[in-house]
Ligand binder design. Structure first.
Ligand code: FEO
Length: 168
């Protein structure tokens, strides 16, 4: 049985993951409006992956006999100055998510919840990748600027494919 403090923290994290999904869907729509169909594809996959992150937390609470509470999703930004600006926001947002995961881990240590510590390792590794990817996008976009470089970069982002997270 999961303890109530951990259950509440994970329920909040489920909400944060869905909020992330909503933010990336908003970025995907923004990119579509800007004619950046490759970037729209990239953020749409990000949208799907965030839903997978939320589902993984949901399955975990259920597997430990806890109660899942789906909280309201706050509104998200809908406009960015550029694709670079959107990726800067992505990095900022992922750093916040990393901190939230770390906070739950700290709580799990305090509460002697070893199962949750073990479960969270997947998210800790995932966050390293999330931050690194966003940073790489920022670095690339700063290098290429607008125009033909951006056109080529957008084509590259169009090649990203979605792989659903395996259910354990
Ligand atoms: Fe669910 Fe982008 O971290």
């Amino acid at each position: 049985m999961i303890n109530e403090k951990i259950e509440n923290a994970i329920n909040e994290q489920i909400n944060a993951e869905f909020w992330s999904a909503y933010l990336y869907l908003s970025m995907s729509v923004y990119c579509s409006h800007e004619g950046l169909s490759g970037a729209a594809n990239w953020f749409d996959i990000q949208f799907k992956e965030e839903q997978d992150h939320a589902r993984k937390f949901i399955r975990y609470i259920l597997s430990r006999g806890g109660k899942v509470t789906l909280l309201p999703i706050e509104k998200v930004e809908t406009e960015w100055k550029s694709l670079l600006d959107a990726f800067k926001d992505t990095l900022k947002h992922e750093r916040v998510v990393t901190q939230k995961i770390n906070d739950i881990y700290t709580l799990a240590i305090k509460e002697n919840d070893y199962a949750t510590q073990s479960f969270l390792n997947w998210y800790i590794d995932e966050q390293i990748e999330e931050e690194e990817t966003a940073q790489n996008m920022i670095d690339a976009l700063k290098m290429i600027g607008d125009g033909y470089g951006l056109y080529q970069f957008d084509k590259e982002l169009a090649t990203r494919t979605y792989t659903p997270l395996a259910e354990e």
